[in-house]
Design a protein around this ligand. Structure first.
Ligand code: GTP
Ligand code: MG
Length: 370
């Protein structure tokens, strides 16, 4: 996303610069032709001409389909659903995620250091569920901007004492746009003024009609702080997952999405990856966004070293040459030379795109000084 000067915007809209300056004046904005406009002004003007503004981004998704192995339907196996939690500020998203983890963590043997890797898996009735510990909005916007769809089910948390709020609506619109099924968790049921009926009533206006009222949306009453309703919530997640028939082929080179990444002082670039297809192994050559490398070590969600990771599994890896970004896609390659060649090519292109953006900005600065 970048700003535009008045002249640049005029060119994009196929209008005279003078006409735009007049229009801006009419809107109370005094601007010369080389002045950079903020996003709000650009949208205002564009809207006036009936043009929709789409932000330009340097999005160059790793074109996995080009290199990916074809899935043989015979190799498809059931996989765990990947769930994100969304909802209005303070309605209890973090508390619910923590509550689920606390009551359901499977691997509690000695030696496992519980640590935060941005995603975790729990087990319910012998089946696994993967939770992405990223704010739901980020999971949708950044990941979708890069062409990645990492979520199978969204939990919409609505506080029973507060009801539907602006970000509740925003969240449900994101999920609807992505065609991801929604389960409503009516939270804070322990509160005296909890009013779950009101939440149901309000959500009905957004086409989320509870099953009890003849609709198709699953509502579960929970108390994240008391850990109540979590079993039922997990059962409902598994029910929806079953209907969705989530499958993946574990018999191919791994592919998936970056959940988060950072530079660790001792270990270098560290990335939490969600494997979406195939099986990842220590030693695999890999391209991750604009970075590449060979997987040096893998750690699961409870801090235990693992050698392999199959579909719907989150793992933290080391061995990359640089830090990728959340939402980047990754793909394992058969040989290291190929991974290096593709990774380096992508890095060069990314740098060029960045330089072009920077040089445009400095040109604007130059104009402004004239
Ligand atoms: P943001 O990340 O800021 O959007 O908030 P959040 O949705 O993650 O909410 P968070 O989990 O931080 O909870 C907000 C407040 O509500 C905290 O003080 C929690 O202790 C409280 N809270 C969360 N769940 C419950 C619940 O089930 N019952 C009660 N009584 N309080 C809760
Ligand atoms: Mg939170």
């Amino acid at each position: 996303a970048g700003s535009l000067t008045v002249a640049e915007l005029a060119e994009k809209l196929h209008k005279e610069t003078s006409e735009l300056i007049k229009k801006l004046m009419g809107l109370g904005v005094m601007a010369t032709k080389n002045e950079a406009l903020d996003k709000a002004s650009i949208e205002l003007i564009a809207d006036d001409y009936g043009v929709k503004v789409e932000e330009e981004e340097i999005v160059d998704p790793l074109d996995i389909e080009r290199y990916e192995e074809e899935d043989d339907p015979a190799n498809l196996e059931e996989r765990a659903p990947v769930v994100t939690i969304m909802g209005h500020v303070d309605h209890g998203k973090t508390t619910l995620l923590d509550g689920i983890r606390k009551t359901k963590v499977t691997d509690t043997e000695a030696g496992g250091i519980t640590q935060h890797i941005g995603a975790y898996q729990v087990e319910e009735g012998g089946k696994r569920v993967t939770f992405l510990d990223t704010p739901g909005h980020a999971a949708f916007t950044t990941m979708r901007a890069r062409g990645a769809q990492a979520t199978d089910i969204t939990i919409l948390v609505v506080a029973a004492d507060d009801g539907v709020m602006p970000q509740t609506v925003e969240a449900l619109n994101h999920a609807k746009a992505a065609e991801v099924p929604i389960i409503v968790a009516v939270n804070k049921m322990d509160k005296e003024n909890a009013n779950p009926d009101r939440v149901m009533q309000e959500l009905t206006e957004y086409e989320l009609v509870p099953e009890a009222w003849g609709g198709e949306t699953i509502f579960v009453n929970v108390s994240a702080v008391k850990g109540e309703g979590i079993d039922e919530l997990l059962e409902m997640i598994l029910l929806v997952a079953e209907v969705e028939e989530l499958k993946a082929n574990p018999e191919k080179r791994a592919q998936g999405t970056v959940v988060e990444a950072e530079l660790d002082k001792g270990r270098g670039p560290v990335a939490t990856l969600l494997v979406q297809g195939g099986t990842m192994n220590v030693g695999d050559p890999i391209v991750v966004g604009y970075t590449h490398g060979r997987i040096r070590a893998m750690m699961n969600d409870v801090g235990r070293r693992v050698k392999t990771a199959g579909p719907s599994t989150p793992v933290e890896i080391t061995g990359l040459n640089d830090v990728p970004q959340a939402g980047d896609q990754f793909l394992v390659f058969a040989d290291e030379k190929k991974a290096k060649q593709i990774g380096e090519g992508r890095a060069v292109r990314a740098k060029e795109a960045q330089r072009r953006q920077t040089s445009r900005v400095s040109l604007d600065d130059l104009y402004n000084q004239l």
